[in-house]
Write a protein that binds this ligand. Structure first.
Ligand SMILES: [Mn+2]
Length: 341
């Protein structure tokens, strides 16, 4: 789906705004922080100041994208100060989130805010009624890719990549590397065209690769080994694998936000496994991450059984059950789902 018809309004709305807030989704990843940082730097370049904000903290390795002197605010650390900034805003740019459901309690400040709201996103089924302008394209690798194509079309850049700042270009590259898992998935022709421009602009891909993919703490590496050897269960004649990450293991391995990023993909390395789930105990719910190979649709499974959704090969959701019941619930849901299919 491509909903680009509002793109021409984007820069005029930004041009007429003075108090701009840029936000991204909860548990921010490289695409959320990358697109926030890229937008921040581009706005700065065109003489616009913006405040960047996310619901909760993000992994340390992404701090290489944090704007110098003005780091991204963490809503949960100081909701009152963030609420004041949101209340004073006349424009809120929402990146890499399909709707207010992706920003947890920050939604209580964002939804009633009088500011105009722009969505720039690549997820399925954006909540269009929550925004004044929706720029949504699912046929791109990442929000960062979509954002750079918009920036290239802007009057200030007019297609000339050499005019894009290195900070902006580096942030965009981080989002593309993250969401494609270092060019393993979600690659479109436009993805490589955009990345080619970024290389021409002089981004340091090796540096970003090491920051994003080779920056595990020792305990994170040990947690990965533990989950694979002790907590992975393979069901459905070897075609579905799930991993349960409970609070006891989080504590044992000094778990920090982002430590389980990418773990859901690991069981897909097994030849017969077509679908993988990571089921993580959180406060009051179990977070579900789902991945699949080929035509197996985890989006419909997430919608039907996990109060969630997403893409065909990558979806997520939440279960409002105890972690001790999760294995039984997931196993019976899978049996039912495959029987119907
Ligand atoms: Mn993304």
């Amino acid at each position: 789906m491509r909903t680009l018809k509002n793109a021409e309004q984007l820069w005029s709305v930004i041009g007429s705004s003075t108090h701009i807030v840029i936000i991204g989704h909860v548990n921010p990843d490289g695409d959320a922080i990358g697109s926030i940082s890229a937008m921040y730097h581009f706005l700065k370049q065109i003489g616009k100041h913006a405040t960047a904000m996310v619901p909760n903290r993000f992994p340390d390795f992404l701090s290489c994208l944090n704007p110098d002197g003005e780091p991204v605010l963490i809503y949960r650390n100081d909701p009152e100060a963030c609420n004041n900034i949101i209340a004073e805003a006349d424009l809120i740019v929402c990146l890499d989130m399909s709707g207010p459901g992706r920003i947890d309690e920050m939604a209580d400040a964002i939804i009633p805010a009088s500011a105009r709201k722009i969505l720039i996103d690549h997820h399925l089924n954006p909540v269009t009624e929550a925004f004044d302008i929706v720029i949504s394209d699912t046929e791109v690798s990442s929000t960062c890719e979509l954002l750079l194509s918009l920036i290239l079309d802007s009057p200030a850049i007019s297609g000339d990549i050499s005019l894009v700042s290195l900070e902006c270009a580096t942030s965009v590259a981080a989002g593309i590397l993250t969401d494609t898992n270092n060019f393993a998935n979600s690659i479109f022709p436009s993805t490589l065209e955009i990345f080619s421009l970024l290389l021409k602009r002089g981004i340091d891909r090796d540096y970003l690769y090491n920051e994003i993919f080779c920056s595990y703490s020792a305990t994170r590496m040990e947690l990965m080994g533990h989950l694979l050897s002790e907590k992975m269960t393979i069901i459905q004649n070897g075609t579905v694998a799930f991993i349960i990450l409970d609070k006891a293991d989080k504590e044992k391995f000094s778990f920090r936000t982002g430590d389980s990023e990418g773990f859901v993909n690991l069981p897909l390395k097994i030849r017969e496994v077509r679908m993988s789930a990571l089921l993580t105990e959180d406060d009051g719910f179990v977070k579900v991450s789902l991945r699949s190979k080929g035509t197996l649709d985890v989006n419909s499974f997430a919608r039907e059984y996990c109060n969630g959704g997403g893409h065909r090969n990558a979806s997520g959701g939440r279960l409002y059950i105890d972690i001790s019941e999760t294995a039984a619930y997931f196993t019976s849901s899978i049996e039912e789902y495959f029987k119907k299919a």
